[in-house]
Design a binder for this molecule. Structure first.
Ligand SMILES: Cc1ncc(COP(=O)(O)O)c(C=O)c1O
Length: 383
């Protein structure tokens, strides 16, 4: 099997698996207990918080562990609103956000909030001008992702934050779920108030994530109860998950620069080779330098996306159409539609995302498989 769907999830790294197994077995105490077993578990949580705060260049107390990226995003969008009610009820999100942001914003709309969805250009980029035009006196929160999960486009977050600061008092959240381990995530440089990460995109476990919350940001818990995570997320901590997230983030950050170069080269090669074999394959997303290094996305005209994916799967290649959530449904992706891709092309969108384990030989073979399956589908359609 060739696995080129690392944007959906990644294999757990052996070092992470080992550290998690240790936390599951030996360090089983409740981190809130004051006895030795509890203190040992607390020490593991503290170490993971230190590891993640180093990657994000923030203070450890600014990290809130959550049950994954989607939960962190719910906390980022819903958490500040009650305290900001006096300032307004207007939110801005981009049209290409992950469903965890978009659906949360839509839910808030049903509860009396007004939401502006910012459009994007054909590369999937949000322009600072469009944000400037959308910001209002009553805007309380802006959420624009750092890197898109369907085409890998990297948004100009620093500039968007600068525009937000110039024109409003709104908080800025960015979804860095796909960016972690691929781009530098220095929250000081980015200037954001909140930032979401998730462990399973970087060789960590599923169901573990975190929200960076800048000191002084108004925030109420969404999950209430025992007051863990400094009253920002209740529930006994998922110690093995947190250990996995901290270690995976530290390891990914150490390898970030060399992996970006290696994966960037492999993704270019994959794209080039597929286009040799399928000359009308149309690259989607932003040009090199404005997209994540591990993304190779193509629209293939005249083909049904699901059918192609099924054939690739049968041939031993795990790929996807875009977001994992959207695959299985025939509806064109909201991201591709926002980028202005015609629905006929959106239907045959292919997302190949490389990871730590991806080799040159796999890339060569994957391109051959794509070329062969596309040709066979087209021949079958012609008779
Ligand atoms: C950009 C982006 N945001 C958020 C999420 C949700 O993260 P999780 O799966 O940890 O809930 C994902 C993963 O699918 C993602 O790719």
């Amino acid at each position: 099997m060739i696995y080129l769907d690392n944007a959906a999830s990644t294999p757990v790294r052996p070092e992470v698996r080992e550290a998690m197994a240790e936390a599951l077995t030996t360090t089983f105490g409740n981190p809130s207990s004051s006895h030795a077993a509890g203190r040992a578990a607390r020490a593991l949580v503290d170490r993971a918080r230190d590891q993640l705060s180093e990657v994000l260049n923030c203070r450890p107390r600014e990290v809130v562990f959550t049950g994954g990226g989607s939960e962190a995003e719910n906390l980022a969008l819903r958490g500040p609103l009650t305290r900001l009610q006096g300032r307004g009820r207007h939110l801005i999100v981009s049209a290409v956000e992950h469903e965890a942001v978009l659906e949360t914003a839509r839910d808030l709309q049903h509860h009396g909030y007004e939401v502006t969805e910012l459009g994007v250009d054909r590369f999937g980029l949000v322009s600072p001008e469009s944000l400037a035009a959308a910001l209002r006196e009553d805007t309380v929160l802006v959420s624009v992702m750092l890197a898109n999960n369907e085409v890998g486009t990297v948004e100009p977050v620093e500039e968007l934050v600068a525009v937000t600061r110039e024109r409003s008092t709104a908080l800025f959240h960015t979804d860095a779920t796909q960016a972690l381990g691929k781009l530098p995530l220095d929250v000081g440089r980015l200037g954001v108030d909140m930032l979401t990460v998730s462990a399973h995109k970087i060789g960590g476990p599923k169901g573990a994530g975190a929200l960076f919350v800048r000191h002084g940001t108004p925030l109420d818990a969404v999950v209430t109860g025992g007051g863990q995570e400094r009253n920002r997320r209740s529930g006994t901590e998922n110690v093995p998950g947190i250990v996995g997230l901290g270690l995976a983030a530290q390891l990914a950050e150490r390898e970030r620069e060399s992996e970006a170069i290696r994966l960037g080269g492999l993704a270019e090669r994959l794209r080039g080779r597929i286009r040799e074999l399928v000359p009308d394959a149309h690259p989607t997303g932003a040009p090199f330098g404005r997209r994540l290094p591990n993304f190779c996305t193509l629209a293939i005209p005249g083909l049904e996306g699901e059918l192609l994916l099924m054939r690739l799967d049968r041939a031993g290649l795990c790929a996807s159409a875009g977001s994992a959530c959207a695959s299985g449904s025939q509806a064109p992706s909201h991201v591709l539609l926002a980028m202005g891709l015609p629905p006929s092309l959106a239907g045959a969108h292919l997302r190949l995302t490389l990871g730590r384990g991806t080799t040159e030989a796999e890339v060569e073979e994957a391109a051959e498989i794509v070329g062969r399956e596309v040709a066979q589908l087209r021949t079958a359609a012609a008779v």
